[in-house]
Design a protein around this ligand. Structure first.
Ligand code: PEP
Ligand code: MG
Length: 583
C-alpha cells in the first residue's frame, strides 16, 4: 500500500485541488556527444540553424493560435522566449562552438546553455534568477527539433478523467501552459519556480490551485498517485489517508459552494446593511482585463498599472510604446469600461518592475530613481505618456494617478507637466478633458505624515498598501525570507491607513485604496470602520469583498474599529480583529 507524505512549497494560486498525478518528464539534456569531420562543419551548422528557425516558427504558431481569452501573460511569455531565441548567445554562439570545436549540434547547444545558465544561480534578483528556466526551456525546444522528439504532455485516451488531473513537473514552460490551457486540469505543482515564475503567474490568472518551488516533488511523486494541493497553505499531500482526503473534499466543496454563491452577487449593489454605498473598482494591467472587471461588476478601474504596457512588448515591436500605442491602449480600456471611470497610473517602473529598454543600476532599486522620480528625469517620455492619457480622456471618464510621490516639488512639477501636455494637445488640435482629476498614490510613509501638502494640491488620493507597508516596516515585499514580517495589522500601519482616510474625509477629498489590503476580506470591516468608501483590487477578489460589505453594519462596528486603531499590543489587536469578524 502506498504511504502518505506531505511536501511544502510556495503557495502561488489559491484553492484546493484533488486528483491523480500526471507527471511531465523534462526533455533530456543528456545528448549525444561526438566530434564531426571538418568537411561536415557547415552542414552541422546548417542543421542547428534550421532547428532554431523551426523553433522560432513553432513559437510564432503558438502565438497565432492563442485563444482570444488567453491570459495576456501567456503571449508575453512567448515573446520572452522568442527574444531569448533570437539572442546571439543562443542563436549564434553554439554555431561558433561547432566551427571552433567541431562538436555535433546537440552538444554545442547544450555546452552553450550550460555556460549561460551557470551564472544565474548567483544572481540576487529573484526575477532574473528565474529567467534561467526560460533559457533551459528554449534550449529544450531546439533540442526537441534537432532530435525529432516531441513530448506528449497530456494523456490522449478520451476516457481519462482530465478534470481531476494534477500536473507534476520539474518546471513548466509558457508553451506547455498553452497546451494545458486547452485541456482541463485541476492544479499543478513544480519543483522550480517562485512567486514571479511564469507558471505561478499563469496559474493565478487561470485561478487554478498551484504550489511551486517544491524541490524534489517530481522525483517523489509517481504517475497516478493521489495528490491534494492546498494552494492557500503551500502544502501538497501525496496518497492521503481516507480521513485526510475526506477533510480536503469537504473543504473543496465548501470553497466551491462559496464561489458559486458569490457569483450571484455580480449585479448586487455594494451597500452596507445601514445603507452606505461603497465603490468597488478593479486593478488592471492591460486593456484586455476590462471584460473580466466588468463581469464581476466593477464600477470602474481604480488602478491601471500602465508600466505593464512597457514591460511586455509584442514580437518585433519597438522597445517602448510611443504616444500613439499608449493612447490606443488607454482608449481601449476607457471604451471597454462603458462610461465607468478609469484611473490610469503613470509609469511606475523600478525595483521589481524592470523594463528592458531602461537600464537601471540603482544601488538599492527600491529606493532609487523609480516611478515619478524617473518620469520627471525623462520629460520627453513622461510628456508622451501624459498626452496619451489626456487624449484617451476624450472618450470617457479618465483620472490620472501618480505613483511614489514624497515631495511638494514633485507634485508641482508633475502638475506643470500635465499643463504643458495640455498646451501641446491644444496646439495640435487634439481633444481631451481639460478638468481631468489628478491624484497621488500614498505609498511612502513621509506622504502620510505630510498629507496636507497633498490635499492642497490634488483632487484625490489612493493608498498603495503594498509599498506603504514595505517602506514603513523596511521589508522588501518580494523577499520570502522576511515575508513573515509583512503585516498590515502592525499598529504603525493601522495608524497610517486611518490617518490618511480621516484626513481625506475631513478635507472632502476622495481617498481610495488600491494595494492588496483592499482585496483582503479579513480587513474589509476594519477598513470600512476607518471610513474607507472606495476599494480597488484584482477582479478575482471583488465579489468576496462585496459580500463582506453586504454583511456589515457600520454603526455596529464603529466603536470596535475605533478601538483597534488605537491599540498598540499585537495580541490585543488580534483579539479585537477576531471579535470584529464575528460580529
Ligand atoms: C501599491 O504599492 O500598493 C500598489 C498598488 O502599487 P504596486 O503594487 O504596483 O506597486
Ligand atoms: Mg506601489
Amino acid at each position: 500500500m502506498a504511504y502518505s507524505f506531505t511536501l511544502h512549497g510556495i503557495p502561488v494560486s489559491r484553492g484546493i485541488a484533488i486528483g491523480r498525478a500526471h507527471l511531465i518528464a523534462p526533455a533530456a539534456m543528456d545528448v549525444q556527444h561526438y566530434l564531426i569531420e571538418q568537411e561536415q562543419v557547415e552542414a552541422e551548422v546548417q542543421r542547428l540553424e534550421n532547428a532554431i528557425t523551426t523553433a522560432h516558427k513553432e513559437l510564432e504558431n503558438l502565438w497565432a493560435d492563442l485563444p482570444k481569452d488567453s491570459p495576456v501573460e501567456l503571449g508575453a511569455f512567448l515573446d520572452v522566449h522568442a527574444m531569448i531565441l533570437s539572442d546571439p548567445l543562443i542563436s549564434e554562439a553554439p554555431l561558433d562552438i561547432i566551427r571552433k570545436r567541431r562538436y555535433n549540434a546537440e552538444w554545442a547547444l547544450v555546452t552553450q546553455l550550460e555556460e549561460l545558465t551557470e551564472h544565474f544561480d548567483g544572481i540576487d534578483d529573484a526575477y532574473l534568477r528565474e529567467r534561467k528556466a526560460d533559457i533551459q526551456q528554449i534550449g529544450e525546444r531546439v533540442l526537441k527539433v534537432l532530435t525529432g522528439t516531441a513530448r506528449t504532455l497530456l494523456p490522449t485516451s478520451a476516457d481519462h478523467d482530465r478534470t481531476h488531473m494534477i500536473v507534476v513537473a520539474h518546471d513548466i514552460s509558457p508553451a506547455d501552459m498553452i497546451q494545458f490551457r486547452e485541456h482541463t486540469f485541476s492544479g499543478f505543482l513544480t519543483d522550480l519556480g517562485g512567486q514571479n515564475s511564469h507558471a505561478a503567474i499563469v496559474a493565478r490568472s487561470l485561478d487554478i490551485p498551484a504550489v511551486v518551488g517544491m524541490s524534489h516533488a517530481s522525483d517523489l511523486i509517481e504517475q497516478d498517485d493521489w495528490v491534494v494541493i492546498d494552494g492557500d497553505a503551500g502544502v501538497v499531500i501525496v496518497d492521503p489517508s481516507p480521513l485526510v482526503l475526506d477533510y480536503y473534499r469537504n473543504r473543496q466543496t465548501t470553497l466551491l459552494k462559496a464561489r458559486k454563491k458569490l457569483s450571484k452577487l455580480k449585479k448586487a449593489a455594494a451597500i452596507t446593511q445601514d445603507g452606505t454605498p461603497i465603490t468597488l473598482l478593479a486593478n488592471i494591467e492591460f486593456p484586455e482585463d476590462c471584460p473580466t472587471a466588468l463581469d464581476v461588476g466593477a464600477q470602474g478601474v481604480g488602478l491601471f498599472r500602465s508600466e505593464f504596457l512597457f514591460m511586455s512588448r509584442p514580437l518585433g515591436a519597438p522597445k517602448m510604446p510611443g504616444e500613439e500605442e499608449q493612447f490606443e491602449a488607454y482608449r481601449k480600456a476607457v471604451v471597454a469600461m462603458r462610461g465607468r471611470p478609469v484611473t490610469i497610473r503613470t509609469l511606475d517602473i523600478g525595483a521589481d518592475k524592470q523594463i528592458e529598454a531602461i537600464e537601471q543600476n540603482a544601488l538599492n532599486p527600491a529606493l532609487g530613481l523609480r516611478a515619478i522620480r524617473y518620469c520627471l528625469s525623462e520629460p520627453k517620455l513622461f510628456l508622451a505618456q501624459l498626452r496619451a492619457i489626456l487624449r484617451a480622456s476624450a472618450f470617457g471618464k479618465v483620472k490620472l494617478l501618480v505613483p511614489m510621490i514624497a515631495h511638494a516639488f514633485e507634485i508641482d512639477q508633475t502638475l506643470a507637466m500635465i499643463e504643458q501636455a495640455k498646451t501641446q494637445l491644444r496646439n495640435t488640435g487634439h481633444k481631451f478633458d481639460a478638468d481631468i482629476e489628478v491624484g497621488a498614490m500614498i505609498e511612502i510613509p513621509a506622504a502620510v505624515l505630510a498629507l496636507p501638502m497633498f490635499i492642497s494640491r490634488l483632487d484625490f488620493l489612493s493608498i498603495g498598501t503594498n509599498d506603504l507597508i514595505q517602506y514603513a516596516l523596511a521589508i522588501d515585499r518580494g523577499d520570502h525570507e522576511v515575508a513573515h514580517l509583512y503585516n498590515p495589522l502592525h499598529p504603525a500601519i493601522l495608524q497610517m491607513l486611518s490617518m490618511t482616510i480621516r484626513a481625506g474625509a475631513k478635507s472632502g477629498i476622495p481617498v481610495s485604496m488600491c494595494g492588496e489590503v483592499a482585496g483582503n476580506t479579513k480587513l474589509t470591516r476594519l477598513l470600512l470602520g476607518m471610513g474607507l468608501r472606495e476599494f480597488s483590487m484584482h477582479p478575482s477578489q471583488l465579489l468576496a469583498v462585496k459580500q463582506e460589505i453586504l454583511n456589515c453594519d457600520l454603526q455596529q462596528i464603529a466603536s470596535r474599529t475605533k478601538r483597534i486603531v488605537n491599540l498598540y499590543e499585537p495580541s490585543a489587536i488580534e483579539h479585537e480583529m477576531e471579535q470584529l469578524q464575528a460580529m
